[in-house]
Design a protein around this ligand. Sequence first.
Ligand code: HEM
Length: 414
Amino acid sequence: MTAPEIPSFFDPAVQDDPFEAYEMMHAQCPVHQLPENDLFMVTKYDDVKEVLTDPDTFSSNPVGRTPHVSEASAAAAKVFSERGWKRARTLQRTDPPVHTHYRRLLGRVFTNRQVTALEPRITEICHDLIDGFIDAGECEFVRDFALPLPGIIICEQLGLDATQYPLFKTWADAMLAPAQRVMTVEQAVEQAEIELEAQHYLAAEFEARREEPRDDLISALVHAHGADEEPFTMEELQDLMHQLVTGGFETTTGALGTGMWLLLRYPDQLAKLQADRSLLGNFIDESLRFDSPVAGLWRTATCPARVGDVDIPDDSSVMVRYAAANRDPDKFENPDVFDIERENASDHIAFGWGGHFCVGSWLARAELRIAFESILDRLDNFELAGPLDEIPHEFSFMLRPLKELPVRFTARAS
Ligand code: HEM
């Protein structure tokens, strides 16, 4: 009997609910080459960690290799080089020692101490957002909570006008579009034009902070260099902002939406959490493990390589599939069970692993913790307020954004 074929990741229904495909890959072909584009998808926990800790073999910066540039991405690059700033390769798109340099400079401006100082403000925003819908007895959780919380926070951190967060969301969508789906030339140019708007807006903000620094992240980035170092160029600043806006926004929105949806789907787990708040941290880790907001990211093989028992030719594209690794039965017992008391839930690699481990993980964790604390303090009797779309997530190769999540609830007596 031949093994059943792995379903196609180009099918929106599979990206939406990929867990059966992960199970099949774990059992049959833990390193699976997608027939549509030859990408090698790595799905086992140990293999993903191995790839992530070997940047010499699996590079985040394929510059100098055969360029895998499609007609669509060439058309988008032309928009930036002619009327904006062409892509520099910073931070996430670099390997050591260049990566180490960016990471060190970013470490100066992104500290855990700053996140702790931010906690009262995160609490205030959570309560303001809940105030906005509590009397109605229902909300569209993505639009009314999961989007605005990280949107307002990242805008305020950067020093941008937080009332404009829906515009930043449009920009973040355009910035992420090339990584989410295959686009036509027209679609790529359309998205590049939107990102161009962001580039020019941000350039003005950088210039203003160069002249007159304020107490915000943009000023810190503009002035991050030491006395004997060159300041970041405009291309570098644009690329760093690209990573902070996209990294700080959609990932946390996804995690908040998924966390809420899991509580609706597993009322027994919700009841446990309501009865024992000390489980909150583990609930957050288990949500990140069970349905990881960043499903996968890319590396490029710099030489002939081998992962598990699969040979990977030089210059191949490799996807580290964090979401599949977090369901690996060799690492997590009964991986498809959502269990907020799971002992090793925090071993998940939803924030990555190795040198590129998420810069914003402390901020994301603080947002998730305070968000669910506030929700559980003020709301009760949660249920879905309407049917979800047949395919509840937007199509994406990388993230798992929920389209919407209508929730009904009662207010808790204070
Ligand atoms: C639940 C929320 C989040 C998840 C699941 C997440 C996930 C990840 C993952 C998997 C990586 C590794 C990238 C790689 O290996 O190439 C990463 C890196 C990164 N994240 Fe996050 N992230 C989240 C929130 C944030 C936030 C709030 C920010 C910023 C404010 C942020 C900024 C970044 C940046 C700049 C990097 C690149 C770090 C480097 O290359 O050294 N992330 N994140």
